[in-house]
Design a protein around this ligand. Structure first.
Ligand code: SF4
Length: 387
C-alpha cells in the first residue's frame, strides 16, 4: 500500500520530450517564509520594474516601483521554493536551460511578445505539454498499481505531508525485508553534501535478495520512437545519479533529524503527535508514540540495514504504444555530477546570474516557447552580430 497526499507532488513531470519540459511546484508550507516577500507582490503588481545591481560581489536583483520603493529580491531558492528545498527535476531542467526554467518559475506566459505576469503558482502549460504530461503520468500510475494499492490521504499540514513521504519510503524499504523485490514511486530526499535539501521520486527500485543488491530504474515516456539526443540523455543521467546519491546518503546515515527538521522548518511540530489521518496508515510500524521525529528515526535505522544502489538504468517507452524504445545503463560520473550540481546551486543561492544556453546549443532556442522574449538569446544574437 502506498499513501498518496491530496496535495500535488513536486515530481514527477520529467518524462517529457526535449521541447516540453515544465516546472511544477506544489505542496503546502505552514512556515512559508517568503510570505510577504517581494516576488509575490511583484507577480500581481505591474508597477514594478526590474533592474539589476551587483551587491557584495553577488548579483542581487533590485525591484523598484514607480513610487520609488526599492527592495532586494531574495535568491531564487527563497523566491521560488517556499519550502526551501529543491526538486531533483529543478536541477535537471537547469541543465537544459536555466533561463527557460526561470521564466517558467516566474510564471511568464509562453509565446508572449513581452513580459506578462500571471497569478503566482499558476505556471502555464501549453496544450501539447499537458497532453504529454498526462500520458506520462498515466503510464507511471498504471505501473505503480502493479506493485501496490494507492490510497488517498487527506492532509492538512506540512508535517503530515513529510510524514507521508517518510511513510511511503519506509513501506518500500520494509517491503524489501519481507521478500518484495520491486518498489515503485519511492520518495527520496536529503542532502548531497552541500547543505541543501533535495527531494525526488524514484520510479523503480529492484532488490535482489540473493545478491543483496539494489538496482534503480527510471522510466521515461517519449513521443518519439527514438532514444533521446545527447542533451536530454544527460539530464536523465544526472537525475538518476542524484537519486542514487540521496539514497546512498540515507543508507550511510549521512542525514540527521536536526538537518531534516530545520531545513523544512518543522522543528516546532517534530515531537507532536501526527494527525489521525496519518496514524491510521502506520499500524504496521513498530512505534507507540507517533511523531515526525520518531518516524524519521525509524527511517534512518531502517535505511542503514539496506544497501547502496549498485546499478542504474533508464527505460524509454513510447507514450502511445507503450512499446520499449530502449534500455540504457547509467554509469556513475561523480566529478561531472558534482560540478553540475554545484554550478546549479550557485544560481539558487543568488551567487550568479541566470544563464541561458551557449551558442553550441542554440538549437534549443528554436524549440523554446520563450524564444521571442528571451533576453539571454537577444544578447547572444547581438554580441554575435557585433563580432
Ligand atoms: S530562448 Fe534559448 S536561452 Fe532563452 S529560454 Fe529559451 S532555450 Fe533558453
Amino acid at each position: 500500500m502506498s499513501a498518496r497526499t491530496n496535495i500535488a507532488d513536486e515530481e514527477d513531470w520529467s518524462d517529457l520530450d526535449e521541447s516540453s519540459m515544465i516546472k511544477i511546484d506544489g505542496g503546502i508550507d505552514e512556515h512559508d517564509e517568503t510570505s510577504g516577500l517581494e516576488l509575490k507582490n511583484n507577480k500581481s503588481n505591474k508597477d514594478f520594474q526590474k533592474s539589476e545591481q551587483q551587491v557584495n560581489g553577488s548579483s542581487t536583483k533590485i525591484l523598484s516601483t514607480k513610487r520609488g520603493v526599492c527592495k532586494q529580491a531574495p535568491p531564487p531558492l527563497i523566491q521560488f521554493c517556499r519550502s526551501r528545498y529543491l526538486c531533483v527535476t529543478d536541477i535537471t531542467q537547469q541543465l537544459w536551460c536555466e533561463q527557460q526554467l526561470q521564466y517558467r518559475m516566474m510564471g511568464v506566459e509562453p509565446g508572449l511578445t513581452d513580459m506578462q505576469e500571471i497569478e503566482a503558482g499558476d505556471v502555464p502549460l501549453s496544450v501539447k505539454d499537458k497532453e504529454e504530461v498526462k500520458k506520462g503520468k498515466s503510464l507511471h500510475y498504471a505501473r505503480e498499481l502493479e506493485t501496490h494499492d494507492v490510497v488517498d490521504v487527506k492532509i492538512s499540514s506540512n508535517t503530515d505531508k513529510w510524514a507521508l513521504n517518510i511513510l511511503n519510503l519506509l513501506v518500500a524499504m520494509r517491503g524489501f525485508f519481507s521478500g518484495i523485490a520491486k518498489a515503485r514511486e519511492v520518495p527520496i530526499f536529503g542532502d548531497l553534501g552541500t547543505g541543501d535539501m533535495l527531494f525526488g521520486i524514484i520510479d523503480e527500485l529492484h532488490f535482489d535478495e540473493k545478491t543483496y543488491s539494489l538496482h534503480l530504474l527510471e522510466l521515461k515516456t517519449r513521443k518519439s520512437t527514438r532514444l533521446p539526443g545527447v542533451a536530454q540523455a544527460k539530464q536523465n543521467a544526472l537525475q538518476v545519479q542524484i537519486y542514487k546519491r540521496l539514497w546512498d546518503n540515507l543508507v550511510k546515515g549521512n542525514m540527521s533529524a536536526d538537518f531534516f527538521l530545520k531545513k523544512l522548518c518543522l522543528e516546532d511540530s517534530a515531537d507532536l503527535p501526527l494527525s489521525d489521518e496519518i496514524i491510521k496508515h502506520m499500524d504496521q510500524l513498530p512505534m507507540s508514540t507517533v511523531s515526525l521525529r520518531n518516524l524519521f528515526s525509524l527511517l534512518l535505522s531502517t535505511a542503514q540495514s539496506l544497501v547502496c544502489i549498485g546499478s542504474m538504468s533508464i527505460e524509454y517507452v513510447h507514450q502511445d504504444t507503450h512499446d520499449l524504445i530502449g534500455h540504457v545503463e547509467v554509469k556513475e560520473e561523480e566529478d561531472w555530477m558534482w560540478q553540475t550540481v554545484l554550478h546549479s546551486l550557485e544560481f539558487w543561492h543568488g551567487q550568479r546570474e541566470c544563464e541561458g544556453v551557449e551558442v553550441e546549443e542554440a538549437w534549443k532556442c528554436g524549440m523554446c516557447e520563450y524564444g521571442n522574449i528571451c533576453e539571454w538569446r537577444r544578447k547572444k544574437i547581438s554580441s554575435h552580430i557585433q563580432k
